[in-house]
Design a protein. Structure first.
Length: 503
């Protein structure tokens, strides 16, 4: 160590104390030059308590509903299991990894607007966007299969108790600097689609987002710590030892049971008196501002409501064809060929870059546009990818498995079924494989109803009157896949059955 004092003033190590006190005093002076260095030397993981600046930077103080909302993720401290049934009907149980709980909460009324469970080690930008979608859409009541669970008279969600709050947007969203939160797709969905401002604060700073952190503490105390398999807040937590199932998978909470418990706990939180609201429930506070004081809120545009698909993103893909092999024009997107009757017959489009709008929740088909903005139509995936519903994450996992040495058996078979079978064999050995198996089974069980992404909005042409139903549909600002697939109702026919044999 280079000392700043002259040689005669340096601590001498030939004394009885070996200059320990002098060295200690000098080290304290060096560490106390900055608060950050001193706090980290004392064992602090993060810094807090810095006074806020009054220069108007950041989100304002929330004085009305939907003015400021907070978003964050919390990893539930519960050991879970996934239950899978084989073709013969027998149940197989595997322990899986812990799941993430993503939540959006309103600061003014403390109402939890939406939540989303993520079956992965880390949540991605698509999970953040999915939570935003759930906060905009009307909440659907969930049927409970666990005996004793039901919605109370004061429980529920904002859009469930107050239907006029469906598709209401917020002004500010506070979140941390996680990569998934600041991804381009996430910021585009927040700023351009929702029209919200983003206040990104540092990670591991509970004082920056105190309301959602306090909510996670409530979930841990009222839900996680009361379930078997609770991991505790630290390795020496006594509740961890008391809740240890001793390896008995029958005592573990299954994924389906956890979804019902989380729904029940959050709905009950919205209907429980809150100390910060003068013992009023969050839903009562929301109703007081919206219906009592008639606070103004902002709704999402009508054409965006019918085509709510924030996870759609555009890609530019070249049209490829192999004339010497007789392969018709197509595009390649994430390792799968897409084509249609129109594209397969358009030889002039070979080499042209198409604008492809894909829905990351369902990649069975995409929507294609020419460089000048003309719509080419819907392109379907080829092979088994067109039949079985899957999202982008599942396809990436399947492609990753194909590249490994154990993925050679997947060639020529249904890739999704082979992936599920492979993960079923690996689930007995690793919890990661059980987590991926649970994600795949959950996705296949809840296939989305809208397969095709909507693409960019079409401007409404003025000055042209629509005389027929076809012209009216063409002049609408946005056409959904459900509207395109609508058909005339079919009337049942009555069949007459004879009285017996005819001679």
């Amino acid at each position: 160590m280079q000392w700043l004092q002259p040689a005669h003033a340096r601590p001498q190590s030939n004394t009885a104390g070996r200059a320990i006190r002098s060295l200690s005093q000098r080290l304290k002076e060096e560490m106390l030059r900055s608060f950050g260095a001193a706090a980290r030397s004392a064992g602090a993981s993060h810094l807090k308590g810095l006074p806020h600046r009054g220069d108007g930077v950041g989100s304002p103080a929330a004085t009305r509903p939907y003015q400021v909302v907070e978003f964050d993720g919390h990893r539930l401290d519960i050991r879970l299991k996934v239950v899978v049934r084989d073709p013969l009907g027998f149940e197989h149980e595997f322990e899986m990894e812990r799941v993430w709980l993503l939540v959006i909460i309103d600061v003014c009324t403390r109402v939890v607007l939406a939540y989303h469970l993520v079956l992965a080690r880390e949540y991605s930008r698509y999970d953040v966007i999915k939570t935003i979608e759930k906060a905009l859409e009307p909440h659907r009541a969930r049927p409970f299969t666990i005996e004793g669970l039901s919605y109370g008279p004061q429980d529920g969600f904002a859009s469930q108790r107050l239907p006029e709050l469906a598709y209401v947007t917020w002004e500010w969203m506070k979140l941390d600097n996680a990569k998934a939160n600041l991804a381009d797709d996430t910021l585009t969905a927040l700023c351009e689609f929702v029209g919200s401002l983003v206040d990104a604060g540092p990670m591991y700073s509970p004082d920056e987002r105190p309301y959602i952190e306090r909510f996670f503490g409530t979930i841990a105390s009222r839900l996680s710590s009361r379930l078997p398999g609770y991991t505790g807040s630290h390795p020496r937590d006594l509740r961890r030892a008391l809740a240890d199932p001793k390896g008995n998978l029958r005592l573990y909470v299954s994924l389906d049971e956890l979804e019902e418990l989380v729904e029940y706990a959050i709905a009950g939180y919205n209907g429980t008196p809150h100390v910060g609201l003068n013992n009023a429930t969050p839903l009562e506070a929301m109703e007081y501002f919206i219906r009592g004081k008639q606070m103004m809120v902002t709704w999402l545009a009508e054409h965006h409501r019918r085509t709510l698909c924030l996870t759609q993103s555009a890609r530019r893909c070249p049209v490829r064809a192999y004339l010497d092999q007789g392969v018709r024009p197509h595009i390649n997107l994430h390792g799968v060929r897409y084509t249609s009757d129109v594209l397969a017959a358009s030889t002039r489009l070979i080499g042209t870059h198409l604008l492809i709008y894909m829905n990351a929740d369902d990649l069975r088909c995409v929507r294609a546009f020419l460089p000048d903005g003309t719509e080419l139509g819907v392109l379907d995936a080829q092979g088994a990818w067109r039949v079985v519903p899957h999202n982008l994450k599942l396809r990436q996992e399947i492609r990753k498995l194909k590249g490994q040495r154990h993925g050679s058996a997947m060639v020529g078979a249904n890739p999704i079924e082979a992936y599920v079978q492979t993960k079923l064999e690996q689930a007995r050995k690793t919890r990661k494989a059980a987590m991926e198996l649970a994600h795949a089974v959950r996705l296949l069980a809840s296939a989305p109803t809208v397969r095709t992404p909507v693409g960019p909005a079409r401007p409404v042409e003025t000055g042209m009157a629509a005389s027929t139903g076809t012209q009216t549909a063409a002049a609408s600002p946005m056409v959904t896949a459900v509207e395109l697939a609508a058909r005339a109702p079919v009337r049942p026919r009555k069949l007459s059955i004879g009285t017996g044999q005819v001679f």
